[in-house]
Design a protein around this ligand. Sequence first.
Ligand code: SAM
Length: 241
Amino acid sequence: MASTMQSSVEDYLELLQNTPQETFCLLDSVGVNVSSFFRDTGVFEAVSDTVLPRLIAGISQNKSKELRVWSAGCSHGEEAYSVAIMVKELLKKNPDNVKPLIFATDMDQTALMTAKTAVYSRSSLEDTKLGLVDRYFTQDGDVFKLKASIKRMVHFSTDDLLSEECIAPRESLFGDFDIIFCRNVIIYFNNELQERVLTRLSHALAPGGYLVLGMTETLLGCARNMLETVDKKHMIFRKPN
Ligand SMILES: C[S@@+](CC[C@H](N)C(=O)[O-])C[C@H]1O[C@@H](n2cnc3c(N)ncnc32)[C@H](O)[C@@H]1O
């Protein structure tokens, strides 16, 4: 209200209803965008050591060559790019077999613009192995610029997880993801909204696909029947085949 010089809630509401751009400004100002590369390293190790090799092996055996990943609530892109780095490292061994398609969405357009720029502070790389920093970033003074080879692996777009319009982000064409990361997003929602998002994500998973939640989040509602727990410690769940 202060930034738009409105002195009453009623006036602000009227402004909000008449100015679509203000909706984005409001969402930007109330959103929590805290993130970092390989946040909760144990989770990324579990995904890299167990989940991704299983998915890649399964894909290599089948006709489908795509490894479809969705980072839902991606903030400034750290999570999606961490996954891209892991996949790149794993695919060094069989580069031709699997085509990674990584979609990253957020409702916060400003965060997405930062994500596409892919320039990060040292602190956002605190949990990243030195070898990976050397390989995939270029240091420029105080900042670290992600290399194009990783940037071009991730497709960013706007998506409101609470929207009931479609299950998966439009740009992904359809659901059927092999793995969805939705970490530290639903923690801000009440139980009813958590259930709605979890149901949506469960539908967007391919049979045999994985859902990775934040360390303090868990399954609620229908999703509990649709998914099985794979790794309770790291909050990794799977949709049975
Ligand atoms: C704390 S960040 C988490 C970033 C990353 N997933 C991680 O774990 O580091 C939460 C993100 O969720 C996004 N978010 C919140 N509600 C959302 C919604 N309804 N739809 C899409 N994104 C949402 C916020 O804009 C913010 O960027």
